[in-house]
Design a protein around this ligand. Structure first.
Ligand code: SF4
Length: 160
């Protein structure tokens, strides 16, 4: 128990972290360590369609019946996110599987507003070419892949 009493104060720990990141050349103005935002992350669902059909998915039985939100409406929502929460907000582009839509255009639009796109995909269509194009389009944050082998249930089938 006594070991915990000697920890530096939070501000000092953050200073040490910043120093380390600077030392190894990993500090950038976009670095989120030590920053506070008014919101953690906004999920932007751009489709309910998916190329997998996982047993546990809350979308699986109905996703193919739901029409995609028009691209102009997706753009309107991106603008609204920026207006509400400001630059540097993290926006998780999600679905369904977002790679089934015009993802490059959507990520480019997000970057234009100075907000930061991350991607939540099952990875089926995450080819090297797509990932390279997404980097070009300033997918600035991270890509999370919820590949079937990494989750607790298996897909019933692959749809396409
Ligand atoms: S990959 Fe995700 S969105 Fe697609 S069916 Fe599975 S859980 Fe649902």
């Amino acid at each position: 128990m006594a070991a915990y009493t000697s920890l530096p104060q939070p501000a000092q720990r953050l200073e040490a972290l910043r120093g380390r990141l600077l030392d190894i050349g990993y500090w950038t103005p976009e670095q989120i360590a030590d920053k506070r935002w008014n919101i953690g992350c906004v999920a932007l669902e751009i489709t309910q369609r998916c190329n997998l059909d996982c047993t546990f998915c809350y979308l699986a039985d109905t996703s193919e019946a739901v029409k995609g939100v028009p691209l102009l409406e997706v753009f309107r929502r991106i603008e609204m996110i920026c207006r509400h929460y400001g630059e540097n907000t993290d926006v998780q582009v999600t679905g369904g599987d977002p790679t089934l839509r015009k993802l490059i255009q959507i990520v480019q639009r997000i970057a234009q507003y100075g907000i930061r796109a991350s991607l939540f995909t099952n990875g089926i269509r995450a080819t090297r070419a797509l990932l390279a194009a997404l980097c070009e389009a300033e997918l600035t944050y991270r890509t999370e892949v919820s590949a079937p082998e990494n989750v607790v249930a298996f897909p019933r089938r692959r749809l396409y």
